[in-house]
Design a protein around this ligand. Structure first.
Ligand code: UD1
Ligand code: MG
Length: 451
């Protein structure tokens, strides 16, 4: 195989940019245009942190998901345009007894299985909006939705080894072979990505802004892997992903490894650019004071899209680095999610109508007394400054705690603030943690991994 840099398949990327612009315009236009239709179908909610009762169309993530999936389907011929033209030519080549390039069936399988998972996420999200599905019932569905992705990953003999960081090698060796456990990890990734966005919610703009920043971070990361013209190349520090050495990928000799990487990151771009388009359009209408609510549909579709690219483009660990605030919020939420601490239907901050400021909301131990474990966990959280507890003066027993969400932590640490300021704090945190993610991925990784 000749060691040349693969030519950038720019026409498809240009088409993808065009489709993403279309996604932005379509969601900008359709969200308000279909608002009344949603309200008539009883898909509406009350804004909990406002004084007014005007019904706000809920579950409008369905419009985003529809635009997104339709555009992804229309994009298929573009994604394979290069192969379609050479395939067309291949009939003549075969007649003349020349070498024929195979149609990339594997890439088609990657694309189609991704669409399947996105469709399942849309269905689950919408059903959740309509029926308010119970926690334990909805958790396994994204896992099932990830099976097609895992089979495609398997068919490509995707790596299930983890390169052990230098400081741990004396204990675990250079490579840790996870085998089937790696598949368990990837299927859990799909429930994590979908649910973790959904539980960091409740203030205007929160769900969709997470999607916007994570998608932008992924796009930025993908761009690093494209074969830019020589003058524009960014030298990546040396280390290994998925058994392929990435560092110095621009130097000659790495071209074959990078050919696979380029194809994977292009696929990721094809999925992320239109997602960013629909989300930006939606964000405009969801911004404080919200005229549209995303519903669980948007959270699930966006989350599933992230899981899909993480698995199919083989960068699930980098992906998790972009989810640092969500991981923090999930770990913090665990005592409430798993029934140790009471979990009210809504954990959103409390709105003080007089000052128009948000305060941390509370979970109260009413009929149930806190168990020893719950007391211990809450005392540790309180020691770390993550919750504020109210205890009985005589017995010292905990009576209430602030709800265990990152939004309440912001309000505890920074003081009461307006709803839109809290969204801005969340956005700033997400951006900073993305910057930290890039630093860990390309700065620190060089220290803990050798080439
Ligand atoms: C998740 C959270 C819940 C939070 C809710 C808010 C967990 C376990 N669950 O539940 O604590 O209260 O999201 O979305 O953490 N809403 C607003 N303003 C917004 C967005 C939503 O007031 O900007 C309200 C509206 O009344 C809307 C409702 O939240 O109708 C939607 O809640 P839903 O998405 O169904 O809640 P869950 O995802 O189940
Ligand atoms: Mg929700």
């Amino acid at each position: 195989r000749p060691l040349v840099d693969p030519a950038p398949p720019l026409p498809a990327l240009h088409a993808s940019l065009g489709f993403s612009l279309l996604a932005l315009l379509a969601s900008l236009y359709l969200i308000p245009a279909l608002g009344q239709t949603f309200i008539r179908a009883n898909l509406k909610g009350r804004d909990l942190l406002k004084t007014y009762d005007t019904p706000i169309p809920e579950s409008q993530g369905l419009i985003c998901a529809s635009i997104y999936i339709i555009l992804l389907i229309l994009f298929i011929p573009y994604a394979f345009s290069e192969s379609i033209t050479t395939h067309y030519d291949s009939a003549r080549r075969a007649r003349e007894g020349l070498v024929v390039d195979e149609f990339p069936h594997h890439q088609l399988a990657v694309y189609l299985s991704s669409l399947l998972s996105l469709l399942m996420a849309t269905m689950l999200g919408f059903l959740d909006d309509v029926f308010d599905i119970r926690w334990r019932h909805k958790l396994p569905i994204p896992i099932i939705a990830s099976i097609p992705l895992l089979i495609v990953y398997y068919s490509e003999r995707g790596a299930t080894d983890v390169v052990v960081p230098l400081p741990l090698r004396w204990l675990l060796g250079t490579m840790l072979h996870l085998g089937p456990l790696y598949y368990v990890y990837m299927s859990l990734l799909s429930t994590f990505c979908t649910n973790s966005i959904n539980i960091l919610a409740g203030i205007n703009g929160s769900e969709v802004s997470q999607a916007v920043i994570i998608a932008s971070s992924i796009i930025l990361n993908d761009l690093l892997f494209l074969p830019w013209p020589v003058g524009f190349r960014i030298p990546l520090p040396l280390h290994v992903t998925d058994g392929v050495k990435v560092g110095g990928m621009w130097s000659a000799g790495m071209a074959y490894g990078s050919r696979i990487l380029v194809a994977r990151h292009l696929f990721s771009l094809y999925l992320m650019l239109p997602l960013l388009g629909v989300c930006l359009g939606f964000m405009y209408h969801n911004w404080y004071p919200a005229r549209a609510f995303p519903g669980d549909t948007l959270c699930y579709v966006a989350g599933m899209a992230f899981a899909v690219v993480g698995i199919q483009a083989h960068y699930s660990k980098t992906l998790l680095l972009f989810f640092l605030p969500q991981i923090f919020n999930f770990v913090l939420s665990c005592p409430q999610l798993f029934g140790l601490v009471p979990c009210p239907r809504h954990r959103v901050p409390r709105y003080d109508a007089e000052t128009q400021l948000l305060h941390p909301s509370k979970a109260e131990f009413k009929d149930k007394r806190p168990s020893k474990l719950a007391t211990l966990v809450l005392r540790v959280f309180s020691g770390l400054g993550l919750v504020e507890l109210v205890a009985d003066q005589k017995t010292g027993e905990i009576e209430s705690s602030t709800n265990l969400t990152i939004l309440n932590v912001f309000l505890l640490r920074l003081g009461p603030m307006r709803e839109d300021s809290l969204t801005r704090v969340l956005i700033a945190t997400q951006v900073c943690s993305s910057l930290l993610a890039f630093f860990i991925r390309y700065g620190l990784a060089g220290l803990v991994y050798d080439g």
